[in-house]
Write a protein that binds this ligand. Structure first.
Ligand code: NAD
Length: 312
């Protein structure tokens, strides 16, 4: 399969690297010039449980340098960059190109639908973790899963083809017609842990240091999943809370990506997570006071931190 990954940071490089190792024709497309250059000169250094190696059987380039329509275009930018990234690769979107998003948050299919018809959009969720250690160098440890479906809910042949390609790369993928349940449960998990840690600058385990931290996280999960249920999406609230409690117990010292983003002076995915929940809740007339307050506090923290960085 001819595959391009737009937004080839931590996750895009992991997926692209594994797909290249499985024999696919992969191009990583990114605006990070140092990352693209490092991959071009030394290959992609991929450190996973399968070992530390350099993958040279792929290409990396900037959006304007990329050419030829791929069978599959994976979008792995942060959600706030999806629209500009797709505009930057409009010349790659052929009549048969399918676009896959496994990004966090809500609204990804809607943004992609401004560039590609719904029948060529695949949407899903992944629990694989990845970190960009430096230019051309990605780490991922442990196990993950991918669940995906066609954004229009139909069983297009491309769904099975993409599932097969991801499975062949060891990415444990299933086609799942109920993927919206998983997407909303992950949004609830992220709305709780990411926004509280970002608002308070605490690590995931520190969130559980006093009862109020866990109580607030569970209140956010309850609010987000009440909105999902009102949208007719079947979700498992207790299982989601168990995952939140498990992360608090096990992820010692971990700063969620949203906190890492504000500390680096970057804008966060708060609008696609808490922001999208608050908007949907308002349309349905459902109160989400904790989720809304955390949205406002994170916007404030993000703004203040960006100001600090712009002065340096
Ligand atoms: P990242 O910041 O490491 O990578 C994003 C990449 O997009 C960067 O390399 C950036 O240069 C690139 N980019 C930005 N604008 C671009 C543009 N206009 N054109 C091309 N490239 C552009 O982010 P990540 O951690 O890989 O996360 C990507 C998505 O996956 C997010 O939605 C995140 O929430 C989700 N996710 C991340 C993890 C994880 O463990 N990292 C796990 C599951 C889901």
């Amino acid at each position: 399969m001819k595959i391009m990954v737009v937004g080839a940071g931590a996750m895009g490089s992991l997926f692209g690297g594994l797909l290249a190792e499985a024999g696919h024709d992969v191009t990583l497309v990114d605006v990070n010039a140092a990352h693209v250059e490092a991959i071009g000169s030394r290959g992609l250094r991929l450190h996973t449980d399968q070992g530390d190696r350099h993958v040279s059987s792929l290409r990396a380039c900037s959006p304007s340098q990329a050419s030829g329509a791929p069978d599959l275009l994976m979008v792995f930018t942060k959600t706030l960059h999806t629209s500009s990234a797709l505009a930057g690769v409009a010349h790659l979107l052929g009549a048969h190109t399918h676009v896959l998003s496994l990004q966090n948050g809500l609204g990804n299919a809607e943004i992609i639908a401004q560039h590609v018809p719904a029948e060529r959009i695949l949407i899903g969720v992944t629990t694989w973790p990845a970190d960009l250690v430096g230019p051309g160098h990605v780490h991922s440890h442990g196990q993950g899963l991918v669940r995906l479906m066609s954004a229009d809910g139909r069983d297009h042949p491309a769904v099975a083809e993409v599932v097969q390609a991801l499975n062949g790369a060891g990415l444990a993928c299933t086609a799942d017609a109920a993927v919206w349940s998983a997407i909303w449960e992950k949004v609830a998990f992220n709305a709780a842990l990411n926004s509280i840690c970002t608002a308070t600058h605490c690590t995931v385990d520190q969130l559980g240091a006093i009862e109020d931290g866990l109580a607030l996280a569970f209140a956010v999960v309850d609010e987000v999943l009440a909105v999902a249920q009102a949208r007719g999406i079947a979700v498992q609230t207790q299982a989601c809370k168990a995952r939140v409690a498990d992360a608090i117990a096990r992820h010692v010292g971990h700063k969620p990506s949203m906190l890492q983003d504000v500390l680096a002076g970057r804008n966060t995915e708060i609008e696609a997570i808490n922001g999208a929940v608050v908007t949907t809740a308002a349309d349905l007339g459902i109160p989400v006071p904790c989720t809304r307050t955390l949205l406002q506090v994170v916007r404030l923290v993000q703004e203040r931190q960006a100001g600090i960085h712009s002065k340096h």
